[in-house]
Design a protein around this ligand. Structure first.
Ligand code: SF4
Length: 205
């Protein structure tokens, strides 16, 4: 896909994604996306996402953006945050092999900066189509950026976590990002909340 004008980029991504008939078609075209010039110039891989071999996940987890390890490997949540996510999913009875793992933004922002609003807007077309193709009935948004994508810009994570929210017919849960759980340590409140929220999600399935 050639780089369009910035104000047309989001619409072009959305149209391209909507035309993808299945996951592998979407992944193939997304891997050559250059809608965000800065990210396209600095990334190693477009991190499209992990899906179960069945193509039908029990749960879809959505984080913010790839980090360094994800950019190197082309897979989401494979660094320290990914190891903790896998552990807590397992403890909740949700093996990662049965879970789809996606990000709001598919390319690593330089220096792990927060994705800019236009980047989120452009990449949203991929994510919306991914959620449709996966038949995602239950979604867990990890961290504030992801929570805001689903629940709106005024979202306060501490006020909305711990219960499902109906978003376009999906049950959307929001909770802390594993990186926050790592930052506050194994006995910190974010890790306990993340573990409790994943158990609550598992109990709802
Ligand atoms: S972040 Fe998303 S929209 Fe931007 S270049 Fe990467 S895949 Fe395309």
């Amino acid at each position: 896909m050639a780089a369009p004008r910035p104000d047309a980029a989001a619409a072009e991504v959305a149209a391209t994604a909507a035309a993808a008939p299945d996951w592998s078609s979407l992944a193939e075209v997304a891997r050559s996306c250059v809608a965000c010039p800065e990210l396209a110039a600095t990334r190693q891989h477009v991190v499209v996402g992990d899906v179960p071999v069945t193509g039908r996940p029990r749960l879809v987890v959505v984080g913010e953006a790839p980090g360094a390890t994800e950019d190197e490997t082309g897979r989401p949540f494979v660094g320290r945050s990914g190891a903790l996510l896998d552990l807590l999913l397992d403890e909740a009875g949700l093996p990662r092999a049965e879970v789809a793992v996606l990000n709001i933004v598919k390319c690593r922002p330089p220096g792990n900066r927060t994705p800019k609003a236009p980047e989120v807007a452009r990449c949203s077309g991929w994510l919306r189509r991914q959620l449709d193709l996966l038949g995602a009935d239950v979604v867990v948004a990890l961290g504030l950026s992801s929570a805001k994508w689903f629940l709106g810009p005024r979202t306060v994570l501490g006020q909305v976590r711990g219960r499902a929210h109906d978003v376009d017919g999906r049950a959307v849960w929001v909770t802390y990002h594993p990186s926050a759980a790592i930052r506050f340590g194994p006995n910190g409140a974010p890790r306990a909340a993340l573990a409790a929220d994943l158990r609550a999600v598992a109990g709802s399935l």
